[in-house]
Design a protein around this ligand. Sequence first.
Ligand SMILES: Nc1ncnc2c1ncn2[C@@H]1O[C@H](COP(=O)(O)OP(=O)(O)OP(=O)(O)O)[C@@H](O)[C@H]1O
Length: 304
Amino acid sequence: MIEFEDVSKRYGERWAVQDLTLTVRPGRVTGFLGPNGSGKSTSMRMVVGLDAPTSGRVLVRGRRYAEHAAPLTEVGALLEARGAHPGRTARAHLLALAVTHGLGRRRVDEVLAEVGLTEVGGRRTGAFSLGMSQRLGIAAALLGDPAVLLLDEPVNGLDPDGVVWVRGLLRRLAAEGRTVFVSSHLMGELAATAEHVVVIGRGRLVADTSVAQLVDSVAPATVRVRTADPDRLRDLLARPGATLRTPAPDELVVEGLPAAEVGEVARRHGIGLRELVEERPSLEDAFLALTRDAVEFDAGPVTR
Ligand SMILES: Nc1ncnc2c1ncn2[C@@H]1O[C@H](COP(=O)(O)OP(=O)(O)OP(=O)(O)O)[C@@H](O)[C@H]1O
């Protein structure tokens, strides 16, 4: 579990994160979504003590990161893909991390195998592609077998096979009961992996909800019907909460009613339907609608 308690972070004259209160729970993948510059990386860095909050505090499993005796076994983090020394081999990089926590060579070999880098473990990381560096970063995050995993844009630079692999890995880690917190600026990417999503815009919390609820709340599904008698069907469907439009002579568009109910009312009254389609906004549309205000109303320079 990760807890942000009224956390704000200021860099010079600007707030990168403002009044963030949030609990990231174990046993599921939580996506962390926001446009570029919205404060995702800053928030993640504060979890592992790479940045200190200007106010508020961040707790990992009930304590500040620095208060944990062996932090690598509590929190594994991938915050920057090219984090390894370019002159070191992948194995040496992991071994250097492992020895600080009393972990042995065997664990290093295990995580190299887990991320598919066994063959290239002896190569210098400076020659790694971005995708290989991402895999190495994930190996480092897994090294201490931590209960909490923090991954900043983990699929960046991965090929399609790699993307599928990361999704499977994150879901497995969550199913094992770990807290998995993963950022992305692409809603579609997170929707394929995360059950729960936290959205920030301009450093402020915009949503903390399931992916399904997020889409429903921003732009609910509409039902589009083609029929010879749209006016009659419109009158039959008129009720509080339903919005009905007839954009064409043979078309009715319904908001606020499920497709099954629209179909059932038509059937009961003998109105033939040529077409009945439920249209959902895309995840990217939902995300853009949510963060639009946050983007337009810039938190601006420091006023407090
Ligand atoms: N070390 C720093 N010094 C000054 N400003 C910073 C620093 N780190 C981040 N910022 C600023 O804080 C804001 C949030 O940046 P952050 O990197 O946390 O956003 P992000 O959501 O991770 O963005 P991206 O998706 O582009 O990585 C931005 O305005 C950024 O310019």
